[in-house]
Design a protein around this ligand. Sequence first.
Ligand SMILES: NC(=O)c1ccc[n+]([C@@H]2O[C@H](COP(=O)([O-])OP(=O)(O)OC[C@H]3O[C@@H](n4cnc5c(N)ncnc54)[C@H](OP(=O)(O)O)[C@@H]3O)[C@@H](O)[C@H]2O)c1
Length: 272
Amino acid sequence: MFLRQRNRPLAFQGIIITGASSGIGEALALELAGPGIALGLVGRNAERLGAVAAAAQGRGATVRQGLFDVRDVQALRDFVDSFAATAPLDLVIANAGILDGRTPDGDIETAAAARNLIDTNLLGSIETLHAALPHMRARKSGQIVLVTSQAGLAPLPDAPAYSASKAGLISYGLAMREALAGEGVGISVVCPGYVTSRMTQAHLGSHPFKISAEKAARKIIAGAAADKSLFGFPYFLFFAARCSIVAPAWIRRLVMNGMRFRVSRYDGQKPL
Ligand SMILES: NC(=O)c1ccc[n+]([C@@H]2O[C@H](COP(=O)([O-])OP(=O)(O)OC[C@H]3O[C@@H](n4cnc5c(N)ncnc54)[C@H](OP(=O)(O)O)[C@@H]3O)[C@@H](O)[C@H]2O)c1
């Protein structure tokens, strides 16, 4: 059964963004900020989050800051509940994420790094979705965006757990979208390619077709407003990543050889 969830673009007034203290999340916050908009911005770095909040307020938005780790489920639920008590929760963007993988001296990732990645990128995003769901289901309205990665479609040999965390989130989002079909709550899964951010600074390799965080934010907002199920950019890379899973292993290896990298330490990787 094919259920079209909505037939007109969505408008967002109450918006929560995790990972809003830098990169794509920061650009999303500033792009969405404006008079009449209530923003809930989540991050761990007080200085950077405060600067984004001030800039969003400067654009006319009211801002509530959530300074906590998305792995702290109670803090996450308390924040979403208190935000939803003061503003209609129209849009939640589960964007917080970290990158880890092959070390600068060439070692593969550790089990601890893999666990940290799954906890943050996969479980943190699933918890964000579930924190928002009761509010949206009660109003029969709302959009949740899961920021995944093309690495979830074309696994990266230098970042196995990162790839797995994003593959898991793609599956979770698409399955949950169908589970909620007809309830008025939409789930959109976005797969960005390379985007300029603190994360890509730590990615020591090539960044083909890299775009700015501002451009990525505009594409994510447009996809959410159109209630797209699965979308990505740049389109050519997204299409290639989607095909890669059915390509023979030797073709995948050939393509991936041009995309090998190492990951330098950055504070996104800090343990709980
Ligand atoms: N940049 C790319 O090329 C690219 C490509 C595909 C997908 N993505 C995805 O896009 C999302 C945003 O990444 P970005 O490129 O904008 O990187 P970024 O500049 O490093 O931003 C990551 C954001 O996530 C937050 N964050 C990380 N771990 C957190 C945690 N445990 N609890 C709360 N907040 C946490 C960070 O907050 P603090 O610094 O305050 O801790 C920061 O605001 C990630 O999910 C990433 O996987 C990025």
